[in-house]
Unconditional design. Structure first.
Length: 428
């Protein structure tokens, strides 16, 4: 009889949450809606520029995608350097890559500055190819672009990659440094505490039930603000406003029992890496500070599901089989599995910009990866305070997509986004 891991977010276990909801009307210069990576970083950025900031969160800080995430802190999220340059040209693509890098830097700086206990693990990034074709079309292209742009990296062919990943089942890979892993929920919790000490007012269990020009309605109070930053991805009310711009993809994380040092050595012969492969719905894994193997992934059927799927034996079986196939000599026992919904746009590139009818409202959504979310929050403050319009065209919520709202009304949101993402990624 096969035992499946229990459906619990491991990060949330034994983590007491102190909740303060908003119960009275209030006003501020900047209101941030959402207590994930983007929202907390935006609150920090505006506060550091001297603004009075209030942050509200529907549940508690880190309760959404940021807190449930794998904690990969690397600029290479859904889009690699060569893919960004393919989309926007070499100059703009490289600038966007550097922008994402600023998100990596601010997360690292905050961990050190505020001494945040979030399982900070310095680990190089390793992208591995499942096939020879993927090695040629993805890995070698990325290596070439990194070389041209002056970003150090190491290329491994099929024989060489065995020295850094203990599997005979990969066709090659590329690695680079300057990256690390964290526990996303604990980082969000630590940033919440740090911001409160800087007089940022944070109210949890305070959902925004209506967003208007310079006004947000919550269940017990109304907040007026000069600027409103909405960082909620697919949660209401942003879902209603950006219904044809942002949907979500579902991924799953599994966490093993602690591995022995010998087991770790079999998987990572040289050093622990943050790893993902080249499948379109890719698998990814890394090691936590207590030697647990974290493994994530999904499949086509569940990736665009409307709601989170819990107790999913199909995905658990798929990921456990993946682990056994890649590392047949390592007996890994997985204890936990949980789902998460990640906001995504139709072209897999984030949305960041002003609402076309409410000039006080600015959106940050669809940032696949914690560093991109943090980077867009920094850019948001720079855009509003310093009028930096550099990426307005690329990030605009109202940019043209291959499949527009008319087709979406016919096909439905789920199918439209699945096709759009396939067309966007398939053309790279």
């Amino acid at each position: 009889m096969q035992l499946y891991p229990q459906d619990q977010v491991f990060w949330y276990l034994n983590n007491p949450v102190e909740i303060t909801p908003l119960t009275n009307d209030i006003s501020t210069e900047v209101l941030v809606v959402g207590g994930g990576m983007a929202g907390l970083t935006a609150a920090q950025a505006f506060a550091e520029k001297g603004c009075k900031v209030i942050l509200i969160e529907k549940n508690y800080c880190g309760a959404g995608a940021s807190g449930k995430s794998s904690g990969f802190i690397t600029p290479d999220s859904e889009l690699s350097l060569f893919e960004l340059e393919h989309m926007f040209g070499a100059q703009i693509g490289n600038k966007i890559w550097k922008l994402i890098g600023s998100g990596v830097d601010v997360i690292a700086d905050n961990i050190k500055k505020y001494d945040i206990d979030c399982d900070y693990q310095v680990q190089d990034t390793l992208v591995v190819a499942n096939t020879a074709r993927a090695f040629k079309n993805d890995i070698e292209k990325e290596y070439k672009k990194r070389q041209e742009s002056g970003y150090p990296s190491t290329l491994y062919d099929r024989a060489q990659v065995r020295s850094v990943i203990g599997s005979d089942d990969y066709a090659g890979g590329i690695s680079y440094g300057g990256t690390f892993g964290i526990q996303g929920y604990k980082y969000c919790f630590g940033m919440k505490q740090a911001l409160q000490k800087q007089d940022v007012q944070i109210y949890e269990e305070t959902p925004a039930i209506d967003i208007q020009e310079k006004k947000v309605i919550t269940p017990q109070a109304t907040i007026t603000a000069d600027t409103i930053i909405v960082c909620t991805d697919r949660f209401e009310p942003a879902a209603a406003i950006l219904w044809n711009k942002i949907y979500h993809v579902q991924t799953f994380l599994m966490l093993s029992s602690p591995l022995s040092d010998d087991q770790v050595k079999q998987i990572f012969p040289a050093q622990p890496f943050m790893v993902w492969d080249t499948d379109m719905v890719y698998q990814y894994f890394r090691l936590t500070g207590d030697n647990r193997l974290m493994m994530g992934g999904s499949d086509v059927f569940y990736t665009y599901a409307k709601n989170e799927s819990h107790n999913n034996e199909r995905i658990a079986k798929k990921l456990m089989n993946y682990c056994r196939t890649k590392f047949p000599s390592v007996a890994v026992e997985f204890e936990y599995i949980w789902p998460g919904l990640i906001g995504i746009s139709k072209d897999v590139f984030p949305v960041a910009g002003f609402d076309e009818k409410m000039p006080s409202v600015y959106y940050i959504a669809g940032a696949c990866g914690l560093p991109f979310a943090a980077a867009l929050a920094l850019h948001c403050a720079d855009r509003i305070i310093n009028n930096n319009t550099e990426f307005d065209q690329q990030l605009s919520p109202y940019r043209a997509f291959t499949l527009g709202s008319g087709i979406q009304r016919i096909l439905g949101t789920r199918l439209t986004f699945a096709l759009s993402n396939f067309l966007a990624v398939g053309s790279l």
